[in-house]
Write a protein that binds this ligand. Sequence first.
Ligand SMILES: *Cc1c(COP(=O)(O)O)cnc(C)c1O
Length: 357
Amino acid sequence: MARVYNFSAGPAMLPNAVIERAQAEMLDWHGTGMSIMEVSHRGKDYSAVAAKAEADLRELMGIPSNYKVLFLQGGASLQFAMIPLNLAQPGDTVDYFNTGVWSEKAIKEAKRFCNVNVVATNTHEIPAEKEWQLSADAKYVHYTPNETIGGLEFQSIPNVGDKILVADMSSTILSRPVDVTKFGLIYAGAQKNIGPAGLTIVIVREDLLGKARAGTPTMLDYKVAADNDSMYNTPATYAWYMAGLVFEWLKEVGGLGAMAEINKRKAEKLYAAIASSNSFYANPVKPSDRSWMNVPFTLKDSTLDAAFLTESAAAGLTSLKGHKIVGGMRASIYNAMPEAGVDALIHFMADFARRYG
Ligand SMILES: *Cc1c(COP(=O)(O)O)cnc(C)c1O
């Protein structure tokens, strides 16, 4: 069976080259007579893989030496708690932008630990800077650069002065170059743009370590993870290895600058197809704030949704059903989605509109 173009928001497509390499190494990894899943995470063979993955990520993102890169578990969702536990004390105020579902989840969790001030709320366009209500004493400012469900993306890094900026980059990390020095902490669940589920990457400035509040569980203290090279306990060894293969693939593609050009082109042509559909398809987000990674769109007549999904799947274009709170469709077009997949989707959409419009 041929591989399909999988538009799932996550777990998402992985590059064919990565899957093929993993397959080739599966039964006998580096002459060990074992798969990499079966070797010790403390052995020198595995340590080399882990270190290479970190070095490649540092190179790709230009991560300075005063930042730690952590390979954790628990998903981006556990970071919603780890961030306030590590960066704020009980009673402290923290600032959060609310631009959609993932912002809201982060806010809800942070409220268990801190006073949360919402800087601005808008799910269809990035709130204008003059509307921001930043608090004077916030311990950090949190935002979601790309809202995976709503398809809303900050096209530049918000200027929060000398405040510590924290970003949930789960669905945008590695899609374009980013100036890491602007951030105190960046985190991302792996299953969108990094590798398989089960791994969470945290990039944190060293001076923010060692300040976890009293009572923070050992496993949730960034400093413990950093001091133990993310191996205080057994890490997600296979996901870490797979992430390393994805980083090597990204370097071969030409790095994040090259990836950004491809991603921009993919997104622009898909939005253009929606715009030129005579309102058969629509996207609710302000054009300048549309996501490069997640493209939600509705059909003018929602009774056609079922036919759209059945016929697109039959054409090898899968997982296009939108999130239930937005409805309609969503095409997630992360790094691993080839441009040919986007072209195939555009072709299908035009044909469908012609037949049902
Ligand atoms: C998917 C996603 C999450 C949740 O990630 P988990 O790894 O499942 O916890 C959080 N934030 C954003 C922006 C996401 O896209």
